[in-house]
Design a protein around this ligand. Structure first.
Ligand code: IPM
Ligand code: MG
Length: 358
C-alpha cells in the first residue's frame, strides 16, 4: 500500500526527531512492502519567518490531502515576544481545531529497562506502569472566549472554560472504548466541587457510562489526581479529562516514564485521520547538538501505524525495536545512566530502524 504522510518538522529539535521517525517508517516500508511518501510542510516559527504566518493555508491543505500527519515541535525564544495570536504555538491549536482532532491519546508507559530513570520509589512502580491519558483537545479554556478587560481594580484578562454536552459525550465515548480495549477501568478527572463546567462534564460522563456497563468508572478531582499519580499510579488504567487538565496531567504522567523524551501522542478526530507528535516541545537548549531523544517521535509514528493506517503488526515491530534499543543498553543523554552506551539522535534513530524486523 501507499501512504501519504504530511510532515511538519517545525522548530528547534523538530527536524532532528521527525527525520528519525521517517527513517523508522521507511524501514517498515521496506520490510512490509509499503510505500510512505513524506510531504514536508511549514508550521510554527519557521513558517512565521518564511511566509509570515504560523499556519499557512498550504500546510492545512497538505494535511487534509494526506493519510495522516507527523508533527515535530514548534516554538522557541526567537518568537516568544510575539502577541498570543501570532505565536508559533497558535499553529498547534489551529491544526487541532481545523482538522477536528478532538481526542488526544497520551500513553505513559514505563519500560522495565528504564525503571532507574523513574523518580518514583521502586515499590511504587514495581511490575511496571501503563496509563493512557485521554485529553479533550478542541474545547475548554483553550478555545473559550478570551481577552483583556478593564475592571474597577485596573486592567484584567480572562479565558473562559466552556464545554458543551456534545463535546464531553464525544470524548467520553472515545475514552470508554479505549478502556474496553485495555483493562476496563476509566477515571474521569474534573473539578466538579468548584466548576460548573466540570459538573456538566461529570453528569455527561455518567450518562455515557450507561452504554458501557463493563467499564468500571470513577471520578476524581484534578488536585487529587495530580497527587495520586505520584502516590499510587498503578491504580490508573485510562484517564479522561478536559483540555487544560489533560495538558498538565500528561506532563506529570510522562515523568513516571522517566523522561518526557519518551512519550508519543496521537490526536484523532472522526475517521482514521490523525496527527502524531511527541508530547515534548522544541527544546531550543539542545537544538542542533544531536542530543535529542527521538524515541517519543518514533513511538508517535508507531501510533500512526496503529491508529490511522490500521497496521498493527508494523506498529508492534517499531515498538519492539525501541525496546531492543533500550535492552541493549543504548541511551540518549536525557536517560543516560552508569554503564550504558550513550548515543546521539542520529545514531539512536539508525539503531532503532535497523532493529525493525518483520
Ligand atoms: C501540548 C503543548 C501544547 C498544549 C502547546 C504547545 C499549545 O503543551 O501539546 O501539550 O498546551 O496543548
Ligand atoms: Mg503540554
Amino acid at each position: 500500500m501507499e501512504y501519504k504522510i504530511a510532515v511538519i518538522s517545525g522548530d528547534g529539535i523538530g527536524p532532528e526527531i521527525t527525520r528519525e521517525a521517517e527513517k523508522a517508517l521507511a524501514k517498515v516500508g521496506q520490510n512490509y512492502g509499503h510505500r510512505f511518501t513524506f510531504n514536508h510542510v511549514l508550521a510554527g516559527g519557521c513558517a512565521i519567518d518564511e511566509v509570515g504566518q504560523c499556519l499557512p493555508d498550504e500546510t492545512l491543505k497538505a494535511c487534509r490531502d494526506s493519510d495522516s500527519v507527523l508533527f515535530g515541535a514548534v516554538g522557541g525564544p526567537k518568537w516568544d515576544d510575539l502577541p498570543g495570536e501570532q505565536r508559533p504555538e497558535k499553529a498547534v491549536l489551529g491544526l487541532r481545531e481545523s482538522l477536528g482532532l478532538y481526542g488526544n491519546l497520551r500513553p505513559a508507559l514505563l519500560f522495565p529497562e528504564l525503571e532507574d530513570a523513574c523518580p518514583l520509589k521502586p515499590e511504587i512502580i514495581e511490575g511496571g506502569l501503563d496509563i493512557m491519558v485521554v485529553r479533550e483537545l478542541t474545547g475548554g479554556i483553550y478555545f473559550g472566549d478570551k481577552g483583556l478587560c478593564e475592571t474597577e481594580n485596573g486592567p484584567g484578562a480572562y479565558d473562559v472554560e466552556i464545554y458543551t454536552e456534545r463535546e464531553v459525550e464525544r470524548i467520553a465515548r472515545f475514552a470508554f472504548l479505549m478502556a474496553m480495549k485495555r483493562n476496563g477501568k476509566l477515571t474521569s478527572v474534573d473539578k466538579a466541587n468548584v466548576l460548573e463546567s466540570s459538573r456538566l462534564w461529570r453528569r455527561t460522563v455518567n450518562k455515557v457510562a450507561k452504554d458501557f456497563p463493563e467499564v468500571e468508572l470513577s471520578h476524581m478531582y484534578v488536585d487529587n489526581a495530580a497527587m495520586q499519580l505520584i502516590r499510587n499510579p498503578k491504580q490508573f488504567d485510562v484517564i479522561v479529562t478536559s483540555n487544560m487538565f489533560g495538558d498538565i496531567l500528561s506532563d506529570e504522567a510522562s515523568m513516571i516514564a522517566g523522561s518526557i523524551g519518551l512519550l508519543p501522542s496521537a490526536s484523532i478526530g472522526e475517521g482514521t485521520f490523525g496527527l502524531y507528535e511527541p508530547i515534548h516541545g522544541s527544546a531550543p537548549d539542545i537544538t542542533g547538538k544531536d542530543m535529542a531523544n527521538p524515541i517519543a517521535t518514533i513511538l508517535s509514528a508507531a501510533m500512526m501505524l496503529r491508529y490511522s493506517l490500521g497496521l498493527s503488526s508494523e506498529a508492534d515491530a517499531v515498538e519492539e525495536a525501541v525496546r531492543v534499543f533500550l535492552r541493549e543498553g543504548y541511551r540518549t543523554p536525557d536517560i543516560m545512566s552508569n554503564g550504558m552506551k550513550q548515543v546521539g539522535t542520529r545514531e539512536a534513530g539508525d539503531i532503532i530502524a535497523e532493529s525493525i524486523h518483520r
